[in-house]
Design a protein around this ligand. Structure first.
Ligand code: FAD
Length: 500
């Protein structure tokens, strides 16, 4: 059946990202897109840290970066600082961008490891531009420095989720997407095909469509409540199932640091996402090991600044929908699945879901091959991200609570065990099946949390030590010089995209 009308149910980050991107489909075509959302229900109200591909998403749909950042009070993000994960008192940054660059065709961390064994004692971090800029609170975009001897800087954004959805709404409506306010109270299925045929709103309006995008949040109004797709739970690997969020003012006038902070606590961890006008804060925890009151007390005890709202308590079940595209319904955002925001991957999964959907879509109708491809690729993406998150909990020597004793000793997915064993043997990391996280990401977390490289790529032995030492000295000096001459992050924001 030809697709003439696409209905998006939900107007959170997922719904409006889908609407903004899909509005491009309407150019020169007889295609209608309707988005239905309910102000009475509202959105999840969190989700403010992103990763670098999100910059590309905004570019692709034609958003002006400075204008958007200014509207959402956004700031730049160069990575995530993890504190107390490997053991209490530890701290490392998982940076965007690579450690050094390949030398003699060999990954940089192998060369670094060889030189370490020969007496060099510089940490890997000093060879990463993003880490050094983050530590010094500096920021510049690649076009601001134009240096041939250094790679481009990789960054993402911190943004106010509510303001971002409002920004995208304006963008999508200006391009023809029609918004309908109302609560969906019924979902009709076609008696022959079993496809969703229409939704009914609380005032009796019935809206029929050919293809439905479920962005209704955790409830999965179409994908689960109507189509009963099923859910694969991963709580045995990622047992946190609660969060409490509490935004607060940054009263001391200090500039926002250009990175997210993730601080581990007794039964979970706390995030700090610095925007221009406030800090986003929250505590993710495991209800089997911590009550809500204690989780809130820990959060309040570890934030500076006056709360700007009441605490927002959230419950979730980690896992994924058994199918992301079922019949004529595609689930995006929280209705597709959920993994805790430890590596800011949820908005990214919305982004890649939209990318895959738009690449596969044919407006002549939906085929099984399209659905199967979408489901297989999305399933792999989820599993690879899951393994990376599980690594953060499992690679620890913490034994100060039942929670840490459980995650330290739990059975992890075989795919992760293999990855850790290969790294321990000689530091090798293979990026499989187009997975999101690079070898720098895996190395940052494994080394940052105490998994040592037992050796390095044997090919590293063949490189000339004095020459490689000279090259890495120059690399370190170039990074230090550049960071020294970059503006402060606050100064950069004030010039480039001051909050409205
Ligand atoms: P929602 O925001 O819940 O939106 C659902 C929409 O559906 C709303 O508009 C609602 O009104 C509408 N709706 C629901 N039912 C009906 C109905 N019956 N009728 C009409 N409309 C209806 N992601 C990141 O990438 N980075 C982060 O730092 C991050 N932090 C997070 C922290 C926590 C604690 C949690 C829980 C999530 C976090 N996320 C993060 C995930 C991120 O918040 C979501 O991926 C993102 O906000 C998308 O949510 P959504 O649009 O799918 O759902």
């Amino acid at each position: 059946m030809a697709i003439n009308h696409i209905i998006i149910v939900g107007g959170g980050t997922a719904g409006w990202m889908a609407a903004a991107a899909m509005s491009r489909l309407m150019v020169g075509r007889e295609l209608a897109i309707t988005l239905v959302e309910s102000e009475a229900i509202g959105t999840v109200g969190v989700g403010e840290a992103t990763i670098p591909p999100f910059v590309g998403f905004n570019e692709l749909i034609g958003i002006n970066e400075a204008e958007m950042l200014s509207a959402v009070g956004g700031s730049f993000k160069l990575g995530i600082q993890f504190e107390n994960w490997g053991k209490i008192g530890d701290s490392y940054i998982h940076p965007f961008g690579a450690y050094g660059y390949a030398m003699g065709g060999i990954g940089f961390h192998h060369v670094w490891h060889k030189l370490m064994q020969e007496g060099d004692n510089r940490p890997l971090q000093v060879f990463n531009l993003e880490t050094m800029a983050a530590y010094f609170g500096k920021f510049a975009r690649t076009q601001d420095y134009q240096r041939d001897d250094l790679p481009p800087i990789n960054y993402a954004y911190h943004l106010d989720a509510g303001r971002y959805a409002a920004f995208l709404r304006k963008f999508a409506e200006a391009r023809g997407v029609v918004r309908q306010e109302g609560k969906v109270v019924d979902v009709a299925l076609d008696s022959e095909s079993g496809d969703v045929s229409a939704i009914t709103l609380d005032d009796g309006r019935r809206i029929g469509g050919d293809l439905f995008i479920d962005c209704s949040g955790f409830r999965g109004l179409l994908i689960e409540q109507a189509l009963e797709t099923g859910y694969e739970e991963w709580t045995h690997w990622l047992p946190c199932d609660r969060a409490v969020a509490l935004p607060c003012a940054r009263e001391d006038g200090s500039p926002p640091p250009p990175y997210t902070r993730a601080t581990a606590h007794r039964a979970g961890w706390q995030w700090q996402v610095p925007l221009q006008h406030r800090n986003g804060n929250g505590h993710v925890y495991c209800s089997a090991h911590m009550e809500d009151d204690e989780a809130l007390d820990i959060l309040v005890g570890n934030i500076a600044g006056k709360p700007q709202a009441d605490p927002n308590f959230l419950r979730f079940v980690t896992g994924r929908r058994k199918k992301f595209w079922n019949r004529n319904v595609v689930a995006l955002g929280l209705s597709a699945g959920f993994m805790e925001p430890l590596e800011s991957t949820s908005i990214h999964l919305i982004n890649t879901g939209i990318d895959k959907f738009l690449s596969l879509l044919s407006l002549d109708g939906i085929t099984d091959a399209q659905r199967d491809t979408f489901n297989r690729l999305t399933g792999r993406e989820y599993a690879r991200i899951r393994d990376f998150l599980v690594l953060h909990y499992n690679a620890t020597s913490r034994d100060d609570s039942d929670f840490w004793n459980y995650v330290r000793t739990m059975d992890v997915p075989d795919s992760l065990t293999e990855k850790i064993e290969v790294f321990k043997a000689n530091g090798q990391i293979f990026r499989e099946e187009d997975e999101l996280f690079t070898d720098t990401s895996w190395a940052a977390v494994m080394l940052g949390q105490g998994i040592a490289m037992g050796g390095h790529n044997p090919m590293a032995e063949s490189i000339d030590t004095p020459q490689s030492r000279k090259e890495i000295d120059e690399m370190e000096q170039s990074i230090r010089f550049l960071v020294q001459h970059m503006p402060g992050h606050g100064e950069y924001l004030a010039k480039y995209c001051p909050a409205q």
